[in-house]
Design a protein around this ligand. Structure first.
Ligand code: BES
Ligand code: MG
Ligand code: ZN
Length: 491
């Protein structure tokens, strides 16, 4: 979809479809103009409750050539003073699907927020653009009959009277990065192998000043990464670790951060095989790695002043004849030994070697992103993403970034008293802490490999997919945490 911004009075603007915001408040210049031009129709429709200011309420009006816009859709925005960018993203996200269902090729939308001093023009325009670009996401790669979106061009109309210009290229790139994450997660697991993630990584790295290196089995053996190798043993597709290095602040090597993603291209559970229902969605178990690729795709374009190491810890968790067994003992790159208690707790395993690698490279801050536990959906459902860490300052920084983007995270405790649950008599630790506080012990097992390095863990298992169309998330993969991580890297 093509996007552009125009400054124009509504009366002068020619369009076949114009979306107009409606607020609880009656002082609305655009609506007043339309009401007069349409001989009081708007007021009548409001009085008859045909037009509502309720958020997410849309009404079609035909203007019978009385004005330059052939058709109008009013979109409810609620209370004008309560508006924020996240609400704008959500409403325009729903609106984008509504318009595509109408089979329109070109449309325009009045940028909301008239007379609201809290909202800045650039950010408001970005919110509308992102809402439309990610709200109308569709995945039809494997459909023989495609039904592409009808909407090909959207004009953002600034009716404020001020002459404003704004470059939308950053927000377009950010939206494309989010939709890339969604594409990768949607890809069927018979096509999404470790090698597929390597191909995509090569493409992402080529878009900017990003150096890529790949650790295959041999290299991982030399580095002593027995743990990720163990997870990959039951599959015919070898595991890999992919490292994407971006140096945005060469003068200050300490200004660095690693973004590490769980990349299980399919999680059958291994020998601790999952029941059918639980296995059904396990192609999404590489979502953490997809998020890293989305972030790096945006980093390549936006070039923040920070040294960023993206790491993808990739394996397929399968129960083949040479699969690892419960009871096996493996040693991580940092020397710690782990007894395999359950082969289905494989995310923390692949991440242990990835975190060891980052720490070994002198990284000062780590964020890992993983579809780690089913237990997180019991704790938080699909509203909030689980947030864990070992450094309150870093956690607070992250939460501040999240508050700015509207993505919702909830901090859960990391308390050493829980560590007794994964103590082990054979090795240093085991890879599972049992049922109680499953998301916490899972996080803490990963944390064992961060050591003293500042570390944050995001358990995205229940928020990486949306169970239904909702705001800017169509049913399916959401790409949660991409915007918050990007915002953190930029500031
Ligand atoms: N990939 C799963 C977690 C998961 C569950 C993600 C549901 C998305 C939806 C993970 O590898 C796993 O199997 N975790 C186990 C851990 C247990 C064996 C300690 C779980 O949650 O049951
Ligand atoms: Mg598993
Ligand atoms: Zn898994």
């Amino acid at each position: 979809m093509k996007l552009n911004i125009k400054n124009s009075k509504i009366s002068d603007f020619e369009t076949n479809l114009l979306c107009v915001p409606v607020y609880e408040q009656k002082d609305n210049n655009d609506l007043s103009y339309l009401n007069t031009a349409l001989d009081g129709l708007i007021e009548e429709l409001i009085n008859n409750k045909q037009i509502s200011s309720k958020q997410g309420s849309f009404t079609n009006i035909y203007t019978l050539n009385k004005i330059n816009a052939k058709q109008i859709i009013t979109y409810g925005m609620g209370n004008k003073t309560d508006l924020d960018y996240e609400k704008i993203r959500k409403i325009t996200g729903s609106l984008s699907r509504y318009i595509n269902n109408m089979n329109v090729k070109k449309a325009s939308i009045i940028i909301p927020g008239e007379n609201n001093n809290k909202l800045k023009f650039n950010e408001t325009a970005d919110a509308v653009a992102l809402g439309f670009l990610i709200g109308s996401y569709k995945y039809d790669k494997y459909k023989t009959k495609k039904s592409p979106n009808s909407l090909q061009e959207l004009t953002l109309l600034n009716t404020s009277g001020q002459n404003i210009s704004h470059d939308l290229s950053d927000i377009i790139n950010e939206s494309e990065s989010i939709n890339l994450v969604r594409d990768l997660i949607n890809e069927p697991p018979n096509y999404m192998h470790p090698g597929t993630l390597e191909e995509i990584s090569t493409k992402v790295a080529s878009k900017g000043p990003i150096e890529m290196s790949v650790l295959n089995v041999k290299e991982m053996e030399i580095l002593g990464m027995e743990v990720i190798l163990g997870v990959g043993k039951g599959s015919t597709h070898d595991p890999k670790m992919i490292i994407l290095n971006y140096q945005g602040d060469k003068s200050d090597p300490d200004n660095n951060i690693a973004i590490i993603g769980k990349g299980i291209t399919f999680d059958s559970g291994g020998l601790n095989l999952k029941p059918g229902n639980s296995m059904r969605t396990m192609k999404t178990d590489m979502s953490g790695s997809a998020v890293v690729l989305g972030v790096m795709n945006a980093v390549a374009h936006q070039k923040p002043k920070k040294n960023i190491m993206g790491i993808l810890a990739i394996a397929e968790n399968m129960p083949g004849g040479s699969a690892q067994r419960p009871g096996d003992v493996v040693k991580a790159m940092n020397g710690k030994t782990i007894e395999i208690d359950n082969t289905d707790a494989e995310g923390r395993l692949v991440l242990s070697d990835a975190l060891s690698y980052a720490v070994d490279k002198g990284i000062n801050k780590i964020i890992d992103i993983a579809t780690l536990t089913g237990a997180i959906s019991v704790a938080l459902g699909n509203e909030y993403t689980g947030l864990f860490g070992n450094d309150q300052n870093f956690l607070d920084e992250f939460k501040k970034s999240a508050a700015e983007t509207g993505e919702k995270f909830w901090e859960l405790p990391v308390d050493q008293n829980y560590s007794s649950q994964y103590k082990n008599s054979i090795a240093d630790i085991q890879n599972s802490g049992g049922r109680d506080a499953g998301s916490i012990t899972g996080a803490m097992i990963i944390g064992e490999f961060a050591g003293d390095t500042s570390w944050i863990h995001l358990d995205i298992a229940s928020t990486i997919t949306s169970p239904k169309d909702k705001g800017y998330n169509p049913k399916g993969p959401t790409a949660i945490s991409v915007r918050t991580i990007l915002n953190l890297l930029k500031n």
